[in-house]
Design a protein around this ligand. Structure first.
Ligand SMILES: *[C@@H]1O[C@H](CO)[C@@H](O)[C@H](O)[C@H]1NC(C)=O
Ligand SMILES: *[C@@H]1O[C@H](CO)[C@@H](O)[C@H](O)[C@H]1NC(C)=O
Ligand SMILES: *[C@@H]1O[C@H](CO)[C@@H](O)[C@H](O)[C@H]1NC(C)=O
Ligand SMILES: *[C@@H]1O[C@H](CO)[C@@H](O)[C@H](O)[C@H]1NC(C)=O
Ligand SMILES: *[C@@H]1O[C@H](CO)[C@@H](O)[C@H](O)[C@H]1NC(C)=O
Ligand SMILES: *[C@@H]1O[C@H](CO)[C@@H](O)[C@H](O)[C@H]1NC(C)=O
Ligand SMILES: *[C@@H]1O[C@H](CO)[C@@H](O)[C@H](O)[C@H]1NC(C)=O
Ligand SMILES: *[C@@H]1O[C@H](CO)[C@@H](O)[C@H](O)[C@H]1NC(C)=O
Ligand SMILES: *[C@@H]1O[C@H](CO)[C@@H](O)[C@H](O)[C@H]1NC(C)=O
Ligand SMILES: [Cu+2]
Length: 557
């Protein structure tokens, strides 16, 4: 009899289990406050969330709704972007200032309200206005639904690793000085790992440390939150197994070095296969163009639990900053997991075939030091931000005069983009132009770097979607030859992709999210210079395919 009762109770428990696994509402409060911070032997006030650098980690599960109440206590206008969150029908919570919302002004409050649908893994959040994201950023960890395992060995422990960049000066002063002169802004003075550059000579500066247990697997959630630099990341004496990028699972592969662009995330398994010891963790710049960069290496320490203080640290050497083969090797190893549970739904038919050139340029500027200013453009359009409304409000309320939907699908002139040939002049057009897409239409977008001024690796980020990286190559894209080599089976799926120096990248996505979606270079300096545009995706049929109305607390301009 007792056995039967136990069986009944177990049965009941099994029925009730799905209920307890139901999605939750997660509440977070973000107070935007100034904080004095000591790095590199100097104290400066920085803008932070809740006084933390990096900011707090948001933890949630797939299907959860996240409510983040942002209260602005600083003198700057603020907005926060949930980088990589699809924001299905909730574009109002996406965050880029003047694209999906007006900024949260000093003293104001806004509640970001979004649901994590069909995504699990590591993403990041960051300020999306001015250069505030230099210090206003943090991790966003989406755990799988309760009871759903990872498609890789369960880690013993998880560790978030946020890579950043540090300026001794105030970052707003750095970009304002550059905008005034028309020249490039100063590069950063150090890189950071979880907020720390590592030991600095003559400074009371320690580095970030974390522990591992011998013989166990550890999941590292690595985020590049730097403003302007692609980074190499390496741990002495250890192989890393890549299992996920940008919150999508990959086919696992081993590597000793990862390459990560601003806005990208990479989850790796670290097998602690030594008995004890201290091992150096390092991050430094990947830059394969003749452009000024920060040459400081950030270091942290991986520490085996049973290690005595005197054990010697193992050093590591990082690839040189121009190690393109190392970077290419890493990028070419990435594949979608493409399993039954996590299929790669690559669009096979293309409705919009777009070709975008990415270039720097020079426009006249009477007040600038050399009479001209450096700008950046896509298809020769330097994007101008609206001032009196966000694009999304203009779109939703059908307000004219804010943008035009004539963004060109191809460049005005075709030439040898690799830099062997320079166009007649370096000027660009300015405009607030968007590209319009019908709901559920499919897009193939080839992003071509140009040698205008200098070729450079540009990490391009698309809001509102994941895309598939179907191809990538050096030189000029050749539609006949290159299309045949596209991977339409298991291409990697992500939200930020590097367009290689003097080369191209091809992506595909389905426009199944109504709203206005920003696309821009994630090197903040290039975004500032105008390397940005937006897609408008119209509503489809019925409420499930339509943008929700704006929340009542949406900030006003
Ligand atoms: C930062 O330090 C300065 C100088 O010590 C002080 O005047 C200021 O109030 C501090 N600011 C904050 C936000 O703590
Ligand atoms: C969040 O948005 C949903 C609609 O997506 C709405 O039902 C809910 O009331 C909102 N919650 C808050 C606290 O605003
Ligand atoms: C930028 O660097 C130059 C040269 O080192 C220096 O004179 C200037 O003060 C720096 N600007 C800022 C805002 O730190
Ligand atoms: C880093 O760059 C600075 C400025 O260009 C230079 O003075 C310094 O020697 C470089 N350091 C290293 C380690 O290359
Ligand atoms: C390329 O990556 C593979 C693993 O993906 C590694 O085995 C190989 O050593 C790497 N080669 C170079 C040249 O970095
Ligand atoms: C870009 O536009 C400017 C201004 O209209 C023009 O002078 C220039 O030739 C164009 N450049 C290219 C490469 O299309
Ligand atoms: C979108 O298009 C695909 C392929 O044409 C189709 O299978 C799917 O049902 C469409 N989805 C919606 C929501 O219309
Ligand atoms: C809208 O989506 C919800 C949830 O996925 C579903 O239950 C409902 O049937 C859909 N409604 C329409 C009109 O398709
Ligand atoms: C903040 O944003 C509002 C609305 O767009 C704008 O009017 C104001 O000038 C901005 N403030 C600053 C300091 O830029
Ligand atoms: Cu760029």
């Amino acid at each position: 009899m007792a056995v039967m009762w136990i069986q009944i109770i177990l049965l009941l428990a099994a029925c009730l289990l799905p209920l307890s696994a139901e999605a939750m509402v997660r509440h977070y409060k973000f107070n935007v406050v100034m904080k004095n911070s000591t790095r590199l032997c100097s104290t400066k006030p920085i803008v932070t969330i809740n006084g933390k650098f990096p900011g707090p980690t948001i933890y949630a599960r797939e299907d959860d709704t996240v409510l983040v109440k942002v209260v602005n206590h600083v003198k700057y206008n603020v907005s926060i972007h949930w980088h990589g969150v699809r924001q299905l029908r909730t574009g109002w919570a996406d965050g880029p200032a003047y694209i999906t919302q007006c900024p949260i002004q000093p003293g104001q409050v806004y509640v970001y309200n979004f649901t994590l649908t069909g995504q699990r893994g590591t993403l990041l959040w960051h300020a999306h206005i001015l250069w505030l994201r230099a210090t206003v950023h943090g991790a966003l960890v989406i755990m799988p639904k309760l009871g759903v395992p990872y498609p890789f060995p369960r880690p013993h422990m998880e560790q978030v690793i946020v890579l950043g960049e540090w300026w001794k000066s105030d970052t707003e002063a750095v970009i304002n000085e550059a905008l005034k002169s028309g020249l490039a802004p100063n590069v950063s003075d150090a890189h950071t790992i979880n907020g720390h550059p590592g030991p600095v000579k003559n400074c009371a500066e320690g580095g970030f440390k974390f522990q591992v247990e011998p013989g166990k697997n550890h999941l590292l959630r690595i985020i590049n939150a730097a403003l302007n630099e692609d980074l190499f990341f390496k741990i002495a004496g250890h192989q890393l197994t890549v299992v996920e990028i940008d919150a999508t699972y990959t086919k696992p592969f081993n590597t000793d070095t990862i390459v990560i662009a601003p806005g990208q995330t990479t989850n790796v398994l670290l097998k602690a296969n030594h008995a004890s010891g201290k091992y150096l963790v390092a991050s430094s710049t990947f830059m394969d163009a003749p452009i000024a960069f920060d040459n400081m290496t950030a270091t942290a320490m991986l520490h085996y639990t049973n290690t005595l203080g005197s054990t010697i640290t193992t050093l590591t050497s990082l690839p040189p900053q121009n190690a393109t083969p190392t970077a290419d090797n890493f990028t070419d190893s990435l594949r979608s997991l493409n399993s039954k549970e996590y299929p790669a739904r690559v669009p096979k038919k293309v409705d919009h075939s777009l070709f975008f050139t990415i270039s720097l340029g020079v426009n006249p500027c009477a007040s600038c030091v050399s009479g001209s200013r450096v700008v950046a453009a896509i298809n020769n359009v330097t994007f101008v931000m609206p001032k009196i409304s966000s694009l999304l409000q203009a779109h939703f309320f059908k307000k004219s005069g804010i943008f035009t939907d004539d963004f060109p699908g191809k460049p005005p002139v075709m030439y040898d983009f690799t830099g062997k040939q320079q166009p007649a002049n370096m000027r660009t057009n300015r405009g607030t132009r968007v590209y319009r897409l019908a709901y559920n239409s499919t897009v193939q977008l080839v992003l071509q770097d140009t040698g205008m001024i200098a070729p450079e690796n540009h990490p391009i980020h698309l809001h509102g979607f994941n895309f598939f990286v179907v191809g990538r190559g050096k030189g000029n894209y050749n539609p006949k030859k290159d299309t045949r080599k596209f991977n339409l089976v298991d291409p990697v799926e992500r939200n930020t992709v590097g367009v290689p120096s003097g080369g191209w990248t091809a992506i595909r996505f389905r426009a199944d999210n109504p709203g206005v979606w920003f696309m821009h270079c994630h090197l903040e300096v290039h975004t500032t210079w105008g390397l940005k545009m937006a897609f408008v995706v119209d509503n489809g049929k019925g409420p499930n395919e339509s943008l929700l109305p704006p929340p009542s607390d949406l900030p006003k301009c």
